[in-house]
Ligand binder design. Sequence first.
Ligand SMILES: C[S@@+](CC[C@H](N)C(=O)[O-])C[C@H]1O[C@@H](n2cnc3c(N)ncnc32)[C@H](O)[C@@H]1O
Length: 451
Amino acid sequence: MATGITANKWTEDARIISGEEYAGDFSFEISYPGKMPEDALLKGLPEFRYSSVLNQEMANRLYYGENLDVLKHLLHKEGFRGTVKLIYIDPPYGTNSVFQSRNQKSSYRDDLVGSHYLEFMRRRLILMRELLSENGSIYVHLDGNMTFQIKVIMDEIFGAKNYRGTITRKKCSNKNSTTRTYGNISDYILFYSKTDNYTWHRPAAPWAEEKILKEYPCVDEKTGRRYKKVPIHAPGTRNGETGKPWKGMMPPPGKHWQYTPRKLTELDAKGDIYWSANGNPRRKVFFDNDRGIPVQDIWLDVQDSLNQSIRITGYPTEKNPCLLERIVEASSDMGDLVMDCFAGSGTTLDVAAQLERRFVGVDNSSEAICHIIKRFSKGLERMGDYVSKKEIPKKGSAQMSLFEAKAKYNSRFEGSRDFAVIADDRYIEEMDAILEGFGLKSNPRRAGLNG
Ligand SMILES: C[S@@+](CC[C@H](N)C(=O)[O-])C[C@H]1O[C@@H](n2cnc3c(N)ncnc32)[C@H](O)[C@@H]1O
């Protein structure tokens, strides 16, 4: 409970800081050397050229290149301004480490620190804001290292009023650590929208059987439907219809009916009112109308794939597809464009495709690009030795390859060739070699994409 300083005392403080010196402006920002003015960044054109190396069908795209440049390319050369409905990024976290994949190959470096890291992120986030549609959203996945500094930067770029919340995710199992602090098992996802008119489908978790029995203890005699009883009145008196008598009864003292007497009569006629032995009415709320338990901002059920006995690509820091499924379903619709410009092993792209969204992915690590192509063309691998060799991947789980997804959704997927691979012209030869390694043939004549 809040105690101590009274409202009057706060008013006094506000008067002091709203004096001449502050001129009533309470906005603030992070400052550091090298912070580029927004307009200079937005005027900057891409430095490199891009060519489609695999597939000319551009509905879904995977770019091999530096994302700052690719974002400028999408903005200035490809007409993507205001077209992206959802951006999820899981960038480097400012941890000063080098990551290797399961096959011991060096995957990517996370070696920017301090203001250098902040400015790296800020420039990309400004370009992402320009690409987002007016009803779009962005999710930025970080850990405790930089979340709080990036929150201030996000407030500057997207506006504090568009901050929708911070999701705390349990990333791994509990640790029996010997360090002199609490086990570090959480990371954070900052959620912002571009405006206050953003796409939102509230995620809900299914009810556990025992919870259903506890929360919905009654069974309707006629229909067999499970229900719970709730009051039909609410606190506060009213002079209008909801304060008038119904069936000769007034609402209890200090209360009003939740519905007009006419609506209550309708509910009663439908059998939706329960009458107790002494004549007290209550409304029946049926379980089959329940949309599940609304998901809150602490997520315990989507730990990283690398910490579970499920199928993965083996890329370091690979995220759980169930995490992305929740985000993509909450903040986009079928046919929308989803972007992940720190794509890694392509979890976001895979989930977006399976949920029939279009995607744009970007990564500048050849190891990441290999993992994405492998994921799309060959599917995922079993996690480790402790996974039963007889295990058959469940159809309908988010762990399917696109080939399996094709069967599930009976959709337009054409296997690995359903997205274009586009490379910065400096990396074309390297990209050709990667494709060859997967038995895929590069485009014979490359289409220039430089407008
Ligand atoms: C944490 S991983 C993403 C993992 C991904 N969420 C997954 O599920 O596999 C970050 C990725 O960002 C990429 N990356 C880092 N800096 C980049 C840049 N400037 N341009 C493009 N990609 C970059 C790295 O190569 C790495 O693959």
